[in-house]
Design a protein around this ligand. Structure first.
Ligand SMILES: [Zn+2]
Length: 270
């Protein structure tokens, strides 16, 4: 509730400042643009809250907005990959979680209430939540996949490692089938089921070959703090399942960002 009040008062302040600025601008005939703060962001660049305007998005907790950076942003197009002999196999260990799904207006997010650990390059990262993007955010040789899930992990130092996994149209996903009839369709709606226990390992392809690069969050404030691990092998879902997800997600993918000289490494499971 406190956050909501703060946001409202910030908005009111901005309306006041904007009004004052319009008066000043009309007096001075000054073209100085105003800094805009958005209470919310979206994926529609025909509006002022779309990805092309995210660099203007203000955070209210002092976090630096890095959406305008051109050095280490995500997602990217995955092409020109090189084998990286320093990359190691992923070691995963997930315990079961109860089901908690929230529609936060940007994605469908599954909060993970079980313990889940992935060891990546000698560091243990624990699973916080996973969520979905339709179409995929990362592209392969310029092409989107229909759906991409992001499993967000954090280590004790606060660094993030996100596992990205693509879905393609094919056989029905037994993992998604557990939840498909209870996906919260309304913004701020939550589905909570203590009796529906599942394991996040059901989201991993059998073969854990992957791509790796250093990037960012794909939503404001686009912080450049993410080790990205994108699975080479996609999972399958039925067209009906895809339609149910896309009917809620509404094209929630950020356009690909400049590679800016970064190397995309590859690790292959033999
Ligand atoms: Zn994501």
């Amino acid at each position: 509730m406190k956050t909501k009040i703060d946001i409202l008062s910030t908005k009111n302040l901005m309306v006041l400042l904007l009004s004052l600025s319009i008066v000043i601008t009309s007096c001075n005939d000054d073209n100085t643009s105003d800094v805009e703060c958005f209470d919310d962001f979206n994926y529609d660049d025909t509006t002022d809250e779309g990805p092309a305007s995210w660099f203007n998005y203000c955070t209210d907790d002092g976090t630096i907005n890095e959406c305008g950076s051109t050095t280490r942003q995500s997602p990217i197009d995955i092409s020109g990959v090189v084998n990286d002999p320093t990359l190691q196999s992923l070691s995963t260990l997930y315990a079961n979680s109860i089901t908690e799904i929230i529609n936060n207006g940007h994605t469908l997010q599954f909060n993970y209430n079980g313990t889940g650990t992935v060891n990546f390059q000698g560091s243990d990262y624990s699973l916080q939540q996973f969520h979905f993007h339709a179409n995929s955010e990362h592209t392969i040789e310029g092409s989107h996949k229909p759906l991409e899930v992001h499993l967000v992990h954090k280590n004790d130092s606060g660094h993030l490692m996100v596992l990205g996994i693509f879905f393609e149209i094919g056989a029905e996903s037994t993992f998604l089938a557990q939840f498909i009839d209870n996906l919260p369709e309304e913004i701020n709606e939550t589905y909570l089921d203590f009796d529906l226990s599942y394991n996040a390992s059901g989201l991993l392809p059998a073969n854990l070959s992957y791509y790796h690069y250093k990037g960012s969050l794909t939503t404001p404030p686009c912080s450049e703090i993410v080790e990205w691990v994108v699975m080479k092998n996609a999972l399958e879902m039925s067209q009906t399942q895809m339609d149910q997800f896309s009917g809620i997600l509404h094209h929630n993918f950020r356009p690909v960002q400049p590679l800016a000289g970064r190397v995309i490494g590859a690790y292959d499971v033999n």
